[in-house]
Design a binder for this molecule. Structure first.
Ligand code: NAP
Length: 297
């Protein structure tokens, strides 16, 4: 009887261990995504699930010293790419100092001469993926925006994206391969108050994406656009901190997005990495909202 009871206890013990093992493995899987997102803000981002879609490939990311561009650079490198980081002045140099598989380019994307020299130097080794992320935001209604502000926003967000595309596409077309991802915005998809120049510039980026995708498609080159809403970057922090009640502004921003929170840069980098990769080989001319559901309402 006593032996039976102790055998029963042993069985229960093994059963509990078995259940615990299942629980730990499920928990580990669900934590993986969060870990990846957190680590993407550091310099130690690892490729989730060991994805290595860019081994031996080269990527160029503009606006790469900060926010979404930096997260994209980390993600592509984690998947094996050599990444050229392009940003203003010394910003890229500082961001990738001491980093392996990263090289800095000092480019103002508004400056065609700088774009040409940078893309020619870089593309001698070829570019498999171009991510146009450099951008600025200036607030202002249609009636209050000055011509100077209008031209400044359009020059960086739209003309910059155009110039990079114009000078990288020929190399991709010659090689019959490559992918471009432009970073748009929810402001490319819906109108927003007090954002006349920004909305116009991002709407232009969405349409440039579609037009360039059609031009490049016969050569096997793809062009897509990712449209975030509120993402936790220095650009968003600057906007939140300029409000009279930053805490309230942050809460409101999170509430705008049906998922109920602000996105992380790594959550934008993930679809960008997919669209740049061969896994998206039949995806082109897509303008993809990655906005926690914001533009569905
Ligand atoms: P961010 O942290 O300010 O990064 C943008 C980077 O682009 C900065 O390093 C900036 O340098 C650089 N840049 C600005 N003008 C440039 C130029 N002429 N040439 C080269 N680089 C230039 O902003 P982010 O939030 O990561 O934004 C990245 C992209 O996502 C932008 O296109 C933005 O419109 C878009 N987006 C962001 C959000 C969001 O909530 N964060 C939402 C929707 C769309 P400086 O800092 O010196 O200006």
């Amino acid at each position: 009887m006593g032996r039976l009871r102790s055998e029963g206890r042993l069985k229960t013990f093994y059963y509990v261990i078995f259940l615990l093992a299942i629980f730990v493995s499920i928990e580990k899987r669900s934590c993986y995504k969060a870990d990846t997102m957190v680590s993407a803000h550091s310099k130690k981002a690892e490729s989730p699930w060991g994805l290595k879609r860019y081994e031996g490939r080269v990527a160029l990311v503009t606006g790469a010293a900060s926010g979404i561009g930096w997260a994209v650079a980390l993600r592509l490198r984690a998947e094996g790419a050599h990444v050229w980081l392009a940003d203003l002045g010394d910003r890229a140099k500082t961001a990738c100092a001491g980093e392996e598989m990263m090289s800095p380019l000092s480019i103002d994307v508004r400056d065609e001469t700088a774009v040409i020299s940078a893309t020619v130097i870089e593309s001698s080794g070829h570019i498999d993926a171009l991510v146009n992320c450099a951008g600025i935001v200036l607030e202002g209604s249609a009636q209050a925006t000055s011509l100077t502000d209008w031209e400044r926003v359009l020059a960086v967000n739209l003309t910059g994206t155009f110039l990079m595309t114009r000078h990288v596409l020929p190399h991709m077309i010659a090689r019959r391969s490559g992918a471009i991802v432009n970073i748009g915005s929810d402001a490319a998809l819906v109108g927003q108050r007090n954002q006349a120049a920004y909305c116009a510039s991002k709407g232009g980026v969405a349409q440039l994406t579609r037009a360039a995708a059609l031009d490049a498609a016969p050569f096997g080159v793809r062009v897509n656009c990712v449209c975030p809403c509120f993402v936790d970057t220095p650009m968003l922090s600057a906007w939140i901190n300029s409000s009279s009640n930053p805490e309230e502004a942050r809460r409101e921003a999170a509430a705008t997005q049906p998922l109920g929170r602000i996105g992380s840069p790594a959550e934008i980098a993930a679809p960008v990495a997919f669209l740049c990769s061969e896994e998206a080989s039949f995806v082109t001319a897509v303008v993809l909202p990655v906005d926690g559901g914001a533009t569905a309402q």
